[in-house]
Design a protein around this ligand. Structure first.
Ligand code: ADP
Ligand code: GLC
Length: 491
C-alpha cells in the first residue's frame, strides 16, 4: 500500500503556540505518524509570538478568496516539528494573526473576527496544498477552528480533481467550543446558502462550524472512549448530541498519548532533580524546590496538592473555589498555576493573601512552573466538569503525583480508583461534582497520605508504571484514516 499523505490543520501546536492540550496533540501525534511511515504535514497560523527568523519563507505569497471580503493574501513560513522532519507551515497574515493572544482579547472575550480568521486558515490550507503540490489522502481537522474544511471539501472542492481522492477527519477535542457566528459568514465561505440548513450549518439562525464539521467529515473521533459516550448525551453534548448521534457509524474514541520525551521525571530539564520509580529521592528535592519557588513553609511531612489548569468552568474551578477554605483547614499545602476567567484570578489571589502559609498561586501561563508542580506535588487535583482526555493526570501518574479526579471522560478512563482493601488503583475519584464530594475526596487522599503509607507507596508505584503511548494512538489514527477513505468512497 502506498504511503498515506495527511495534512493536519489546527489553531495551535507545541512548541510554537499553546493554550492547552490541543497544542500538545498537534505537536506530538505527527511525529509518531511519521515514524509509522505517514507523509504528514501540519498547518497553523503564524501568531505574533512565533519567531519568523528561525523559519524559512516561501517566495510565493498565497491568495485566498474570502468571498464578500475579497481576496486576502498571506506569507507562508516553513519549519519542522522539533526533533523530527515533519514539516510545519505557518500562515502569516498580519491583520488576522499578528496578535499576542490566540483567540481572545485581554479581558477574555473572543476576537470579533474569529470567524474570518479561521475561515481564512481553512481556505488557505487548501491553496497551500496546491502550492506545495501536496495531494493529501486525508485532511485532518481539529475542533471548530478547522472543522469547516470538511464542509469546503464537499462543496467548493467537490469537483476539483486535485482533491478528488481526499477524505476528511474531524477530531473533537472539546464539544463546548463550537465556532458559532453570524450567518453572514456564509458569504465569506462562498458556498451555496442551501447548506445553511438545520442538518448542516444552521444553529439557532447562526452558522455553527463544528456542527458543519460533524455533518460533513468522513470520520469523526474524540480523544477518549468515555468522552465519546458522553457527548452523545444531552448533559455533555452542548446541544450537538443529536448531531453526533446521527454520525454514530463514523464515530471513534482514540485516547491521546503522553509525550514522555517532554514529560518524564527521569529527564525533565525544568525540575530540581531527576528521579525515577526505582529511586524517588529526587522527588523530595523537587518538593522542597516547589515550596521555595512558591514561598511556602519548607516541610517534607505535609502533602502538597497541585493544580495546573486553564481557570475555566470546564475545569470545575468554581467548585474548587467553593471547597478551598475547607480543604485549607486540613494540614495541607496547595499550589495552583493557571489563568483564564478574570474572577478566578482575583479569587485565588485573595486566598493566597489570606492563607500565605498554605496556598500559593501563579496567575499566568508558565511551562517551567507546570513541570515543577507535577514533580514537586504529592497529589494533583482535576475536578473537571467534563474532560475529553486530559493530559495532566497522565503526567501526574508518570511523576508519582497521585491524581484526584472527577470521574468523567478521559479522567475516568485513565485513573483507577484506590481500593483500600486490595491496595489497588492509581488515584482518587469522585463522581458528583459538588464541593462536598470534592472536599471529601481530597480528605480521603490526605488521610491516606498521613495514615496509610503502604497505600500511598502502592498508588505511586502503580501510577508510575502506567503508559499511554503515542505509538499506540498513532496506529489507531492510521486505522481511522483508512476508514475515512473507505467511508468516502463507499458512499
Ligand atoms: P486542556 O487542553 O483542556 O486545557 P489538557 O489537560 O489536555 O487540558 O492540557 C492542558 C495542557 O496545558 C497541559 O500540558 C498543561 O500542563 C498545560 N497548561 C494549562 N495551563 C497552564 C499554565 N497556566 N501554565 C503552563 N501550562 C499550562
Ligand atoms: C482539549 C480537552 C482536553 C484534551 C485536549 C487534547 O483541550 O479539554 O481534555 O486533553 O483537548 O485533546
Amino acid at each position: 500500500m502506498k504511503d498515506l499523505k495527511v495534512l493536519i490543520v489546527a489553531s495551535e501546536c507545541v512548541p510554537f503556540a499553546k493554550t492547552g492540550g490541543l497544542a500538545d496533540v498537534v505537536g506530538t501525534l505527527p511525529k509518531y505518524l511519521k515514524k509509522a511511515g505517514v507523509d504528514v504535514r501540519v498547518v497553523i497560523p503564524r501568531y505574533y509570538k512565533i519567531d519568523r527568523t528561525k523559519l524559512t519563507k516561501h517566495h510565493e505569497p498565497l491568495g485566498v478568496n474570502m468571498g464578500t471580503i475579497g481576496e486576502q493574501w498571506c506569507g507562508v513560513y516553513e519549519g519542522v516539528l522539533p526533533n523530527s522532519d515533519v514539516p510545519i507551515y505557518f500562515l502569516d497574515h498580519e491583520n488576522y494573526f499578528g496578535r499576542e493572544n490566540l483567540y481572545t482579547e485581554h479581558h477574555g472575550e473572543g476576537f470579533l473576527d474569529n470567524d474570518n480568521r479561521f475561515v481564512f486558515l481553512s481556505k488557505a490550507s487548501f491553496i497551500l496544498c496546491k502550492m506545495l503540490n501536496f495531494q493529501p489522502d486525508i485532511i485532518h481537522t481539529n475542533d471548530w477552528h478547522s472543522a469547516i474544511m470538511t464542509v469546503l471539501l464537499n462543496t467548493l472542492y467537490k469537483d476539483d480533481p486535485f482533491f478528488s481522492k481526499t477524505a476528511s477527519v474531524l477530531t473533537i477535542h472539546n464539544m463546548q467550543y463550537q465556532g458559532i457566528f453570524y450567518k453572514g459568514i456564509m458569504d465569506v465561505l462562498g458556498i451555496d446558502w442551501k447548506h445553511f440548513n438545520y442538518l448542516e450549518l444552521e444553529f439557532k439562525d447562526c452558522v455553527n462550524f463544528l456542527k458543519g464539521g460533524i455533518y460533513h467529515a468522513n470520520a469523526i473521533n474524540s480523544v477518549s472512549e468515555g468522552y465519546v459516550r458522553e457527548i452523545q448525551t444531552s448533559e455533555y453534548g452542548y446541544e450537538l448530541d443529536g448531531v453526533i448521534r446521527d454520525r454514530f457509524d463514523s464515530l471513534y474514541g482514540i485516547l491521546n498519548g503522553c509525550d514522555y520525551d517532554e514529560w518524564n521525571p527521569k529527564k525533565d530539564k525544568y525540575i530540581a532533580q531527576n528521579y525515577s520509580r526505582k529511586n524517588l529521592d529526587g522527588k523530595k528535592v523537587c518538593k522542597e524546590d516547589l515550596q521555595k519557588t512558591f514561598n511556602l513553609p519548607i516541610r517534607d511531612d505535609v502533602p502538597i496538592i497541585g493544580m495546573v489548569t486553564r481557570l475555566v468552568h470546564q475545569k470545575g474551578i468554581d467548585v474548587v473555589a467553593e471547597a478551598i477554605e475547607n480543604i485549607l483547614s486540613l494540614d495541607v499545602q496547595m499550589v495552583l498555576v493557571g489563568n483564564g476567567e478574570v474572577w478566578a484570578h482575583f479569587y485565588f489571589g485573595d486566598i493566597m493573601a489570606r492563607y500565605p502559609h498554605k496556598f500559593a498561586c501563579f496567575i499566568g501561563y508558565n511551562e517551567a512552573l507546570a513541570h515543577k508542580v507535577e514533580a514537586g506535588s504529592d497529589f494533583f487535583l482535576m475536578p473537571s466538569r467534563f474532560e475529553p482526555c486530559g493530559l495532566n493526570q497522565m503526567y501526574s501518574l508518570k511523576y508519582g503525583t497521585v491524581p484526584i479526579v472527577r470521574a468523567t471522560g478521559g479522567l475516568d478512563d485513565t485513573v483507577v480508583n484506590f481500593d483500600e482493601k486490595k491496595l489497588k488503583g492509581t488515584g482518587f475519584k469522585f463522581y458528583q461534582l459538588d464541593s462536598n464530594s470534592l472536599y471529601n475526596t481530597v480528605g480521603w487522599a490526605v488521610y491516606t497520605y498521613y495514615n496509610n503509607k503502604k497505600g500511598m507507596e502502592k498508588l505511586i508505584n502503580r501510577g508510575m508504571k502506567q503508559k499511554f503511548t503515542w505509538e499506540e494512538s498513532a496506529q489507531k489514527y492510521i486505522d481511522l484514516y483508512h476508514d475515512a477513505i473507505n467511508k468516502k468512497f463507499e458512499s
